[in-house]
Design a protein around this ligand. Structure first.
Ligand code: BGC
Length: 596
């Protein structure tokens, strides 16, 4: 494709690159340069089960992660976040913890964890530990003690135990349900064999919720935080942080019984979320983190709305960061993206916290898959299965690269999910018999669940299980064609997604984009182009299916390697993004901000 052969994004008008009127708006966000590492950090999520198996069991492990840290280091990330690797019956892939201060033998030993943290530190990478304070496993010693103890005991008071209502106490204490589907209460049999009390679980029945109104629960978690901080943890990702406290008395809720927002029943009022007491715990945890060197961070996983509410939990003295799920949920839509960026910066700037950006994680279809499905909204917990419409892989890949490049040019922190740097999408044809997600199991398959975004990574194209494990074992099967995404092939290929990520992360750091500013450009002739200025960098995302003229500037990077020459000549191809250095920064006195 040569520049002269490209039709511009506006039908009927042929534009000359550099003359399309992009007008710069006012700055919505000014640079923050406090020297605090987490304000601009890029954090790479490792899902230990699926990263690298060093033993041949088919399950990824800590030694496998440690061995590959040099490769992670070449990406140029500031920290890794490890999804849970603690002792667990693995009913929710480790988010059902039976001992927070241990390592599940599936993944290795405490020494392996220490070695991982130390080796990562040697590469200048911090290790963020995933703490699950809302609930534990039903095999945790505290829950077993609660089952063995009598109603009304101190042991039961660690959890939400309550008598049923109605005839024979056969009706659960309230109408709340599980986020994984089905009832939120499970009735136990007391030790004398009689039908007993109920306990509450926001997730699976094997994940009883702690009673955070009990100070003994808080003490338990303080000890856990210190346990990992003493071992050099760089901070914590706090699982379902917004659900830890339930409204006093746990009243019925007349919105969606799992608390998800519905018309007339906003999230902000749901009694299982966002209670004011959270502030006290977050403040105490911040104090604890501040007693340790290296500014350990607290990242809140609060899938909460609106953004202003989320921001409240990262106000001064609270947590440091929060995942921005509104950004992750946004479809391939210019105006929706512009709106969420503006709203995010406004909400987080108000409290002086960095905004974070994220496109994929272990709970949602990967963005290479989502963006290959035009206009389909997939919420957390949903996946794609063989009976669903299948994504357009090539389109998804192109858009995913563009979306990531654009995201990494925004000011604030960013989260990456293992494998996205290889361009991986989901396994979208995984057969039901392999599925393990409790969301799938509890709904008898009505929800596809999250297994498809958790497939073991491909490392070596011509090795069994694409090099994930030495034996070729793999706890979930890899889809056909997976080996083609292997890291070894991408290392060699300058046009690979892996090398795009490396270059983008290197430039982001060099140009200080994470601590930068933001102003939008507008160009009424190009309604599907999103362009921003961050310091001296112009960041353009073309969401349309045709090439569009770029603002003037010196090309730094294009998401589509094959489109780079065109981008350098002023044309950005379809479903692509580019970073440019402004003309004045490039030393061209003719730079004209009014008409770039
Ligand atoms: C985690 C999920 C997990 C759930 C229950 C989430 O937010 O990210 O993977 O199933 O919490 O712990």
């Amino acid at each position: 494709m040569t520049p002269s052969s490209i039709e511009p994004g506006v039908s009927g008008t042929k534009q000359v690159p550099g003359t399309s009127p992009y007008t710069l708006g006012k700055e919505l966000h000014t640079p923050s340069d406090t020297g605090q590492w987490w304000r601009r950090a890029v954090i790479y999520q490792i899902y230990p089960r699926s990263f690298k198996d060093s033993t041949g069991s088919g399950m990824g492990d800590l030694a496998g992660i440690t061995a590959e840290l040099p490769k992670i280091a070449t990406l140029g990330v500031d920290a890794i976040w490890l999804s849970p690797f603690f002792d667990s019956p693995q009913r929710d892939a480790g988010y059902d913890v039976s001992d927070y201060r241990s390592v599940d033998p599936l993944f290795g030993t405490l020494d392996d964890a220490q070695n991982l943290i130390d080796t990562a530190a040697g590469h200048g990478i911090k290790t963020i530990i995933d703490i699950v304070p809302n609930h534990c496993s039903n095999e945790h010693a505290l829950f077993k003690a609660a089952l063995a103890a009598a109603p009304g005991s101190a042991e039961r008071a660690m959890f939400h135990f309550a008598d049923g209502t109605g005839v024979g106490g056969n009706t659960p204490p309230n109408n709340w349900s599980s986020l994984f589907g089905g009832p939120g209460w499970t009735r136990i049999t007391e030790s004398d064999g009689s039908p007993g009390q109920y306990y509450f679980h926001l997730f699976d029945a094997t994940q009883p919720d702690f009673n955070w109104r009990n100070p003994a629960v808080e003490a338990e978690f303080e000890a856990t935080l210190r346990f990992w901080l003493d071992r050099g943890a760089g901070g914590f990702r706090i699982d379902v942080a917004h659900a830890m406290f339930k409204k006093e008395g746990m009243p019925d809720w007349h919105g969606a019984p799992d608390g998800t927002p519905t018309p007339g029943f906003p999230f902000a009022e749901a009694p299982m979320y966002g209670q004011p007491e959270l502030h006290t715990v977050f403040a105490r945890w911040r104090e604890i983190c501040e007693q340790y060197p290296g500014e350990p961070v607290l990242c809140s996983e609060a899938n909460a709305r609106p953004l202003t509410r989320l921001a409240d939990w990262v106000a001064p003295g609270q947590m440091h960061q929060s995942f921005n799920f509104d950004y992750l949920r946004t479809l391939w839509d210019r105006d929706a993206l512009a709106a969420v960026i503006g709203e995010s910066l406004a909400a987080f700037d108000t409290v002086g916290a960095p905004t974070t950006w994220v496109l994929s994680n272990h709970d949602v279809s990967r963005h290479a898959t989502r963006f290959g499905l035009d206009g389909v909204a997939l919420d957390l917990g949903d996946g794609i299965g063989p009976r669903d419409p299948q994504p357009d892989e090539e389109l998804g890949q192109a858009r995913a690269r563009a979306a990531t490049l654009f995201m990494l040019g925004l000011p604030g922190g960013a989260y990456l999910y293992q494998g996205e740097e290889l361009g991986l999408g989901d396994h979208t044809t995984l057969e039901d018999r392999y599925r393990q997600d409790p969301g799938f199991l509890r709904t008898n398959g009505a929800k596809t669940g999250r297994d498809g975004c958790r497939i073991p990574l491909p490392w070596v194209h011509d090795a069994p299980a694409a090099g994930f494990s030495p034996t070729g074992e793999s706890w979930l099967p890899q889809p056909a064609g997976w080996a083609g995404f292997s890291r070894d092939l991408q290392e060699e290929d300058p046009a690979s997604t892996l090398n795009l990520y490396r270059r983008a992360l290197g430039l982001r750091s060099e140009l200080g984009l994470g601590l930068g500013s933001l102003a939008f450009y507008t160009n009424p002739a190009l309604p599907e182009v999103l362009a921003i200025r961050n310091g001296d960098t112009v960041n353009v995302l073309n969401l349309s299916g045709t090439a569009v003229p770029l603002p003037r500037g010196e090309l730094l990077l294009c998401s589509d390697a094959a489109g780079t020459a065109d981008a350098a000549a002023g044309w950005l191809g379809p479903n692509s993004a580019a970073w440019l250095r402004t003309l004045e920064a490039a030393g061209d006195a003719a730079g004209d901000e009014e008409n770039v």
